[in-house]
Design a protein around this ligand. Structure first.
Ligand SMILES: [Zn+2]
Length: 131
């Protein structure tokens, strides 16, 4: 059998996927439940491919403060932080560290929200298809 979550093979009768820990018993029981339409593997993969890496969103701010927001697609926030960083570089360099921390935490959170929204959209569209 193959895990419906990660696609790796597992031994028949296993309760959990040895690769990703997915509860295999709940997946097999939901398959028999016709009211719940399963999320297509290709839809899940397309969502996964659009997801943003939280590590990249945070670390990219080392290169350029605010870059994490650009990476996630929050261009207004990215621009505001970048301008703030340039101004603080000229007038108040002691503020740069605070801006960097703000940008890093903010970008990671923005990436997390971005990923969450993608998954919610997938689940919502899955519900609509059902009706
Ligand atoms: Zn798995």
């Amino acid at each position: 059998m193959f895990c419906s979550q990660c696609g790796k093979e597992y031994i028949d009768g296993s309760k959990f996927c040895p690769s990703c820990g997915y509860n295999l018993e709940s997946s097999s029981s939901s398959k028999s439940n016709e009211s719940a339409s399963p999320i297509l593997q290709e839809d899940l993969l397309s969502v996964k491919s659009k997801e943003k890496s939280l590590a990249v969103a945070g670390l990219i701010n080392i290169a350029l403060i605010g870059a994490g927001y650009f990476y996630v697609g929050k261009y207004i926030w990215g621009t505001i932080l970048l301008i703030a960083a340039i101004l603080s570089f000229i007038y108040a360099p002691e503020m740069l560290l605070a801006l960097f921390v703000l940008a890093t935490i903010g970008s990671i959170y923005a990436a997390h929200r971005h990923n969450k929204k993608l998954m919610e959209n997938l689940l919502n569209s899955n519900k609509k298809n059902k009706t």
